[in-house]
Design a protein around this ligand. Structure first.
Ligand SMILES: N[C@@H](CCC(=O)N[C@@H](CS)C(=O)NCC(=O)O)C(=O)O
Length: 247
C-alpha cells in the first residue's frame, strides 16, 4: 500500500503525484497542510526529519525527497518506466533533474513566497510566524518565512527571482533541441520534475521568460495537455491565490 504525504500547492508534491498518475499507481493521499505548519508537528517530523513534503510510505518503508521518490517508484514499479535505458540519456535526465532540485526550486521560491505564500499568512503576526517556524529542522527555510512571507510585497525580490529563473529556462530551451521531450523522444522523470514549475511560473505570470523560447513554449503546451498534468496539479480550490488570478 502506497501513501503519499503531500500538500496540494507544493511543487515537490506535484512532481511525485504526476509520477504516481503516469504509472497508474493507486495510493492513499494524506494532506500535510503547510499553511498550518503541520509539517513541523512531531508526528510528521518522525516520518520526514527535514520537515518538508512530500514523503512516500510504501508499506513500512519511508522514502523522502521528491527526486528519490520518483526514482524509487520507477525502480520498484517499472512498467511503464520513465528512466531511459541508454546510459547517456539517463545521465542527461539526471543532470536536468538536478538542475531543477539545486537551482530552479530555490530561485523561484522567493517570488512564490512574496506573491503567493504571503497571501495565505495574513492572519498571523510576524511573531506568531517566528514562533511556529522556530522548530523547523532547517533554520534557513525557517528564515524564509520571516524574510519573504511577512510585510508588504517586495518587487525587488520578485524581480531578482525572475532574473535567476531565466538561465534555467535557457538550459531547457537548449535541451529541447533534441525534443520533443527534455531528453529526446521519450517523456521521462526530467519532464515530470519541471511540470510543477510550468504551473508555478504561469501562475506567477512570468510569461515573458518563455516568449522568445519557441521550443520551450511548445513543450510547456505538450506537458499541460498530458492527461496526468491537471490531476497532478490538484483541485483548483486547494491552490494558493496568485498573480494569474488577479490578471
Ligand atoms: N528537496 C526536497 C524539497 C522539499 C520541500 O522543500 N518541500 C516544500 C514544498 S515544495 C516544503 O515542504 N516546504 C515547507 C517548508 O519548507 O517549511 C524535495 O524535493 O522533496
Amino acid at each position: 500500500m502506497l501513501t503519499l504525504y503531500h500538500h496540494w500547492d507544493s511543487v515537490c508534491s506535484f512532481k511525485v503525484r504526476m509520477c504516481l498518475i503516469e504509472k497508474n499507481l493507486e495510493h492513499e493521499s494524506h494532506v500535510v497542510d503547510l499553511i498550518q505548519f503541520n509539517n513541523l508537528q512531531p508526528e510528521y517530523l518522525a516520518l520526514n526529519p527535514n520537515g518538508v513534503v512530500p514523503t512516500l510510505k510504501d508499506d513500512e518503508n519511508i522514502i523522502i525527497e521528491s527526486t528519490i521518490i520518483n526514482e524509487y517508484l520507477d525502480d520498484k514499479y517499472n512498467t511503464p518506466s520513465f528512466i531511459p535505458a541508454d546510459p547517456v540519456a539517463r545521465a542527461k535526465m539526471r543532470t536536468l533533474v538536478k538542475l531543477q532540485d539545486d537551482v530552479l526550486y530555490h530561485v523561484q521560491r522567493p517570488a512564490a513566497f512574496q506573491l503567493m505564500v504571503k497571501r495565505m499568512l495574513t492572519n498571523l503576526s510576524r511573531d506568531q510566524i517566528a514562533e511556529l517556524v522556530s522548530v523547523h529542522p532547517n533554520p534557513e527555510k525557517a528564515s524564509h518565512f520571516l524574510k519573504w512571507a511577512t510585510g508588504p510585497v517586495d518587487p525587488e525580490v520578485v524581480e531578482e527571482a525572475r532574473q535567476k529563473v531565466e538561465p534555467v529556462l535557457t538550459r531547457l530551451e537548449t535541451a529541447l533541441d533534441d525534443g520533443p521531450w527534455l531528453v529526446g523522444r521519450d517523456f521521462t522523470l526530467a519532464d515530470m520534475a519541471y511540470a510543477p514549475f510550468v504551473n508555478r511560473l504561469q501562475r506567477l505570470m512570468f510569461h515573458e521568460l518563455w516568449a522568445d523560447k519557441p521550443r520551450l513554449s511548445a513543450w510547456m503546451e505538450r506537458l499541460v495537455d498530458r492527461p496526468s498534468f491537471t490531476p497532478a496539479a490538484g483541485p483548483a480550490d486547494q491552490q494558493m491565490p496568485c498573480p494569474a488570478d488577479d490578471a
